[in-house]
Design a protein around this ligand. Structure first.
Ligand SMILES: Cc1ncc(COP(=O)(O)O)c(C=O)c1O
Length: 421
């Protein structure tokens, strides 16, 4: 055992220091300064009694331990690389000291399994649109059609509509789900206000997809949310080389339930991906802040470009608007996502996308490389035109995910692509 308790380092340490130490004790791995990859399906237990107790918890006969307190039995249930990763990710959430992370093989699997753990057939799930296209499909089709959950979309930026909808479904409401800033419109939803309305009118909880801001730029638990969801594929992974997801729950018992649903329904990430994610967490803050600095330069460049009609980026919200107030209250920076409308329509948008050299024509975000796509015809193809129009983006909209290249080079690349329209 090392000099300090590696699961719970001193509280007085800044989170950056905690992050560099929590979760891994080199003395449990022959002094290796960095953790090994526990690439094994099964684990040896000291005695039969202990193994029985572990199975009693795994089968629900005894109260479960939090997912990261459980000694591993078998990798589908848990693995040391998962435990280290979750211990470290938990350090980044603020506002709930007991929050526990559950690790999934994708962001969508984190969302689906969390809904499975919280909602039963006949219960109501309200979600705010716009939302990532894959989540929208899951909520509008898979969950109501296969699970019998009553799914109700609302415009979560309209608090009157939110309150009315919550009151209407108060008896059956189990979960309110929002994504803020929303994908791709960057619309801001007031986390504290939606949490207060959900908690005061129902027994439901609030889950927030925090993928766009990452645990560096927004802390939903601090603003009243109960569960934070991440696609770990994005800035947490940070190198476009894996798919991952997380649910971070302020209630450790509910986190254990979410993990047990994951275990029994089967989705299992790999130890190698967990090891990569653990390593990526070391540089998360540095990457997120650098990408944000680049995004601010690129957004300002686009704002002045004669062939650009509209740029959506949090720094540019009208200072008297509700969006600006929410941004100031709950975000710790504007992030690295930009959407812009070139003059013209789909044709002009495609001309830009086809002529960009630095920006890869690809979906996703949060990687080293900058990416560009057309949300109307790519990520959000499956969302109805009516909902897309209500969400403030059009067939001409281009979405940029800013990476770590040089910002001036990115501006030059956009300039030459815009010159082609
Ligand atoms: C905001 C947001 N949430 C969830 C997801 C789904 O994550 P994954 O692709 O890891 O399943 C995505 C994917 O793009 C996303 O952008």
């Amino acid at each position: 055992m090392g000099k300090h308790d590696w699961r719970t380092p001193p509280k007085k340490w800044n989170y950056k220091t905690r992050m560099a130490h929590v979760g891994y004790d080199p003395f449990l791995s022959m002094g290796a300064a960095r953790p090994p990859i526990f690439s094994c399906s099964t684990f040896v237990t000291e005695n039969a009694e202990k193994l029985e107790n572990m199975f009693r918890r795994a089968c629900g006969l005894d109260a479960p331990l939090a997912p990261d307190d459980e000694w591993p039995i078998y990798t589908r249930l848990s693995n040391p690389n998962f435990i280290m990763l979750c211990d470290r990710l938990q350090c980044l959430e603020q506002g709930a000291d007991d929050a526990r992370a559950v690790y999934f093989p994708s962001g969508l699997s984190a969302i689906f399994t969390t809904v499975l753990a919280v909602c039963n057939p006949g219960d109501t799930l309200i979600f705010g649109y716009p939302i990532y296209g894959g989540t929208d499909h899951q909520f509008r089709h898979l969950i109501p059609e296969k699970l019998g959950v009553n799914v109700v979309p609302v415009n979560a930026t309209d608090l009157n509509e939110v309150e009315e909808t919550i009151k209407k479904h108060a008896d059956t409401l189990k979960m309110f789900f929002i994504e803020t800033p929303a994908n791709p419109s960057l619309a801001m939803v007031d986390i504290q206000a939606v949490a207060d309305l959900t908690h005061s009118h129902s027994n439901g909880i609030l889950a927030v997809d925090n993928t766009f801001m990452s645990p560096i730029l927004q802390h939903p638990l601090k603003h009243g949310a109960d569960i934070v969801i991440y696609s770990g594929t994005k800035s947490i992974g940070g190198h476009s080389d894996l798919i991952a997801g997380f649910a971070v729950d302020k209630d450790p018992q509910r986190a254990a339930k979410i993990n047990s649903i994951r275990v029994s329904s089967g989705p299992t990430p790999s130890a190698y991906d967990a090891w990569l994610l653990f390593r990526s967490l070391d540089t998360l803050e540095v990457r997120v802040l650098r990408a944000q600095e680049n995004a601010q330069k690129v957004a300002n460049f686009l704002l002045k470009h004669p062939k650009v009609e509209k740029v959506v980026y949090p720094d540019f919200y009208d200072k008297n608007s509700a969006e600006w107030k929410i941004f100031q209250k709950q975000c710790e920076g504007p992030g690295a996502m930009i959407t812009f409308d070139p003059i013209g329509g789909k044709k002009e948008s495609y001309t830009i996308l086809d002529n960009l050299n630095i920006f890869g024509l690809a979906v996703s975000l949060g990687g080293v490389e900058s990416l560009a796509e057309n949300p109307w015809f790519h990520t959000h193809l499956d969302v109805s035109d009516e909902d897309k129009e209500k969400s403030n983006f059009g067939p001409q909209t281009v979405r940029l995910a800013i990476g770590l290249e040089d910002a001036d080079d990115m501006c030059d690349d956009l300039d030459q692509a815009l010159a082609k329209i």
